[in-house]
Write a protein that binds this ligand. Structure first.
Ligand SMILES: [Zn+2]
Ligand SMILES: [Zn+2]
Length: 117
C-alpha cells in the first residue's frame, strides 16, 4: 500500500505504509533478501502507520528517565549531538517539524525539543 499522506523528501515518491511493525519487519526482510537493502521499520507520527527507512538513517535512542516532554512522556535521549541532529533532520524531512538539539542537563545524552527558549 502506498501512503497518501507521506512522501520521501529525496525521492518525492509516496512511502509504502504498513499497518503493523510485524508487517513492516517482514517487508524489510524481504527487501534485504531480494534487493540487498538494509531497511528497518519506524512508526510514523503523521499517519500513525509504519514505514521503512534505510538503516543508515536510524538513530538508536534511549528514554531519559529524568526529563519529560510536553505531555509527561519520557524524552528520547541520543548518544551524541551528531545522532540527535541526524534524527532532527529526518523528522524535518518526514514531518516538516523543525527541532532543536540540546544537551540533557542530567548528563544522559542529547534531546530534541520543539520549543525555542
Ligand atoms: Zn506516514
Ligand atoms: Zn534528559
Amino acid at each position: 500500500m502506498k501512503s497518501e499522506t507521506c512522501f520521501g523528501k529525496a525521492s518525492g515518491k509516496a512511502l509504502t505504509q504498513y499497518y503493523s511493525e510485524e508487517e513492516a519487519q517482514d517487508a524489510a526482510e524481504y527487501s534485504k533478501e531480494y534487493y540487498g537493502n538494509d531497511l528497518s521499520p519506524y512508526h510514523c507520527d503523521k499517519c500513525d502507520l509504519w514505514h521503512l527507512s534505510p538503516k543508515s538513517r536510524q538513530t538508536p535512542s534511549q528514554k531519559c528517565t529524568r526529563c519529560t516532554g510536553g505531555y509527561g512522556v519520557e524524552k528520547a535521549s541520543y548518544r551524541s549531538k551528531c545522532e540527535a541532529r541526524l534524527r532532527a533532520d529526518i523528522i524535518y524531512d518526514e514531518q516538516g517539524i523543525s527541532l532543536r538539539v540540546y544537551k540533557c542537563k542530567y548528563g544522559s545524552g542529547w534531546h530534541l525539543t520543539k520549543s525555542h527558549f
